[in-house]
Design a protein around this ligand. Structure first.
Ligand SMILES: NC(=O)c1ccc[n+]([C@@H]2O[C@H](COP(=O)([O-])OP(=O)(O)OC[C@H]3O[C@@H](n4cnc5c(N)ncnc54)[C@H](OP(=O)(O)O)[C@@H]3O)[C@@H](O)[C@H]2O)c1
Length: 236
């Protein structure tokens, strides 16, 4: 693991019950940050297990980002708190690789767009005031959100959600062009999680440390960037 000076000492991770979000909580905690992670319900999760072992360095909050009432309540509970980094990681994939528009159920298409695009952006809009004026707002996108790089197809709806998310972050960035925060769309690579599946190329332990190195290097550079875990720009 890389250990440099920590530029984000207080971190809020939305969607941290398992997978990449939980790993980001662990990585930042290990590097010495104070971290708050969110889970949807009160049921025990990997985040709860880790928080129990973390000697008070990890706080747990609860939010289902698909529920605007819960998002507003979270914003109210956190009023007055300041985080160096807000990282919105929550996301879903409901359609198998080969499912195309002709086949996908309307409700699955709607749920994916709802969670991966609308709810993620609502989270950014609702919680951005908690981020330090020179802090960072990161959102977990995907390399599959790149329109330019889509020469193979596959996961067509999931790709479309991440492209739409990227587009909405560009609009957000345009509205906040005079602010000093770093805005990041991150592409972690294909990682073995419940969402990534067992055939993914990378272990979580291979993807998250370089991804956090990249996020750490971006603090203080205003404006929006779409980056892979190594810090290289992903073509839009
Ligand atoms: N794994 C990959 O290869 C890969 C590659 C590129 C991008 N990504 C992106 O990385 C992010 C995390 O993916 P992952 O691989 O870690 O997936 P995962 O293991 O399935 O975890 C998804 C996380 O998102 C949370 N979540 C889903 N819907 C939510 C909602 N409505 N409100 C709050 N939390 C919600 C889940 O909470 P629950 O436990 O409550 O369901 C869980 O913590 C996603 O945005 C995904 O698109 C993943």
């Amino acid at each position: 693991m890389t250990t440099g000076a920590l530029t984000h000492e207080s971190v809020l991770v939305i969607g941290a019950s398992r997978g990449l979000g939980e790993a980001i909580v662990e990585e930042y905690t290990t590097r010495g940050a104070h971290v708050m992670g969110t889970a949807r319900g009160a049921a025990p999760t990997l985040l709860h297990d880790f928080a129990r072992r973390s000697d008070g360095q990890v706080e747990i909050e609860h939010v289902d980002i698909d529920d605007p009432t819960q998002l507003a309540a979270l914003a109210e509970r956190l009023a007055g708190r300041v985080f160096d980094l807000l990282f919105v990681v929550a996301g879903i994939s409901l359609a198998p690789m080969n499912e195309i528009a002709a086949d996908i159920a309307d409700k699955d298409f709607g749920r994916m767009m709802q969670t991966n695009v609308l709810s993620v952006m609502r989270t950014v809009e609702r919680l951005q005031h908690l981020v330090h004026p020179t802090g960072t707002i990161a959102v977990m996108s995907s390399g599959q959100g790149s329109v330019t790089n889509n020469t193979s197809g596959g996961f067509e709806v999931y790709r479309a959600t991440k492209s739409a998310l990227n587009q909405m972050m560009r609009s957000h960035a345009a509205r906040h062009a005079d602010e000093r925060r770093a805005l990041l769309l991150m592409a972690p690579g294909w990682v073995r999680t419940d969402l990534g599946g067992p055939k993914a190329a990378l272990e979580v332990s291979e993807a998250i440390p370089p991804l956090i190195d990249t996020v750490e290097a971006q603090r203080g550079i205003p404006g929006l960037r779409y980056l892979d875990r190594h810090g290289d720009a992903v073509p839009w």
